[in-house]
Design a protein around this ligand. Structure first.
Ligand code: ZN
Length: 297
């Protein structure tokens, strides 16, 4: 089965629309969002609505939390953007929808687990706010500690820099691996990049497709029927979630895999000039927040 993993939308509706259309065009129906739907960008309410409509697993990001509670640890520009974002979510002219959006934000979990896959916004140690930067591969202590907390594969966002971290202290940017990485026996942490504010020097929106290898031959683009996906689930242990099949003895997608477990990084140009002009027109959002979209920084 193929899933799309998106993160760090940051109120950028133009980027989000292009990404959602690309996901749809590939016949992918399950989308996970790893947090930071809002903050920085000019369309927080619209982005929350799109994520609510389209995503099945959604995590809390530090900017989402900042909008709900007192923002802590943000620079001045980011903090002003968060206060402006909060105003949009408190706008009395959109009261009914805003109540729904607040309720949604308040329910978001900090991590999600599915078979061998762990999903967080920041890191497995501090799911909400720890950064794992490419240069952290030189901090072996940090990487060892983080990998101790990863059972197999971890997916994260937060830095807005996509790529693959291996247990052997390597970091692969998407362009170094032709945008594809096949997961093997070694543990990996994968940053899915940012939809709405990439910071790796490439201004295009970024997201990841995760092919979990279950029920489809390698390279197949067809979705397997559910009966093929779990050929012999056996009796479910007590406490197992019937939806996700998660439970102590549930076979993981890994050991039911018939194809490669593979991630693909997608990069998509979008109309960032429109987003930039919207940001320029809002005095509470610093012009720099627009400029950086042009540069991917
Ligand atoms: Zn972010």
């Amino acid at each position: 089965m193929r899933r799309a993993l998106i993160s760090d939308i940051h109120g950028n509706l133009e980027a989000l629309e292009v990404v959602l259309a690309d996901i749809k065009a590939q016949g992918i129906t399950e989308i996970f969002c790893l947090g930071d739907i809002i903050g920085y960008g000019p369309n927080p309410r619209e982005c929350i609505d799109r994520v609510m409509e389209n995503c099945t697993a959604i995590l809390l990001g530090n900017h989402d939390q900042g909008a709900m509670f007192d923002p802590d640890g943000f620079n001045i520009g980011a903090e002003r953007a968060i206060f402006w974002t909060r105003e949009q979510l408190e706008n009395p002219n959109d009261r009914v929808n805003n109540e729904r959006r607040w309720e949604f934000l308040g329910m978001l979990p900090r991590s999600h687990r599915l078979g061998p896959f762990l999903f967080v916004h920041g890191s497995p140690r501090n799911p909400l706010s720890e950064y794992i930067f490419p240069e952290d591969i030189y901090n072996h202590r940090k990487m060892e500690r983080l990998f101790q907390l990863v059972e197999k594969y971890c997916f994260q966002g937060h830095t807005h820099v996509p790529g693959v971290f291996t247990e052997g202290y390597q970091f692969y940017a998407p362009e170094e691996i032709d945008n594809e990485y096949t997961l093997g026996d070694g543990k990996v942490m994968i940053n899915v990049g940012s939809v709405g504010q990439p910071r790796d020097g490439d201004p295009r929106a970024c997201y990841v497709i995760l092919e979990d290898g279950v029920g489809a031959a390698p390279g197949s683009t067809a979705e397997a029927p559910p009966t093929v996906e779990r050929p012999n689930p056996g009796p479910r242990p007590p406490g197992t979630d019937p939806e996700t099949g998660e439970g102590p003895d549930t076979p993981t997608p890994r050991n039911l895999a018939t194809g490669a477990v593979r991630v693909t990084f997608r990069r998509l140009a979008y109309d960032h000039e429109t987003t930039i002009q919207k940001i320029y027109a809002i005095s509470e959002l610093e012009p720099f927040l627009g400029d950086r979209l042009r540069q991917g920084r």
